[in-house]
Design a protein around this ligand. Structure first.
Ligand SMILES: [Cu+2]
Length: 122
C-alpha cells in the first residue's frame, strides 16, 4: 500500500488593492465656491489623472446650470490630458448661484461624479 501525502493547497492572495485610486477633481475655473464678476467663455476642470478617451464618445462631461436651472454649457466637452473643458453660453448671464456637475472616467475606467457651485455677481 502506498502512502499518499495530502497536498496542501497554497492559497494565493489576490486581494492586492490597486495602487491607483479613483481620480479626483483638483481645481476648476470658476473655482468651487468662488464668486466671479463675469461668466467666463468656458469652464475648466482639472483632475488628478489623465481622463479616458474612447474616440469621439463623450465619456467625460460637465454640465453647468444657471440659477434658473437652464443649462449654460454648450456640450462640446473636450479632454486634454487631465483637463476637461466646455464652452459656456454668455447670453444667459443671470446673477446668482451656478452649479457645475461632472461625470468623468480616468484611465482606470472608474466613473467619478461630483458637483460644485460658484456665484455670478454683478
Ligand atoms: Cu478608480
Amino acid at each position: 500500500m502506498k502512502k499518499f501525502l495530502v497536498a496542501v493547497s497554497a492559497f494565493t492572495l489576490l486581494g492586492i488593492s490597486s495602487a491607483s485610486a479613483h481620480t479626483v477633481l483638483i481645481s476648476s475655473n470658476p473655482g468651487k465656491g468662488s464668486t466671479v464678476k463675469v461668466l467666463p467663455s468656458k469652464i475648466t476642470l482639472k483632475f488628478a489623472d489623465p481622463l479616458l478617451t474612447l474616440g469621439k464618445r463623450a465619456i467625460n462631461k460637465v454640465v453647468v446650470t444657471a440659477p434658473d436651472n437652464s443649462i449654460v454649457t454648450v456640450g462640446n466637452d473636450q479632454v486634454k490630458g487631465a483637463t476637461l473643458t466646455d464652452s459656456l453660453l454668455n447670453t444667459k448671464a443671470i446673477k446668482g448661484k451656478y452649479k457645475a456637475s461632472y461625470r468623468v472616467s480616468a484611465e482606470d475606467g472608474h466613473i467619478v461624479t461630483g458637483s460644485f457651485t460658484f456665484t455670478l455677481q454683478n
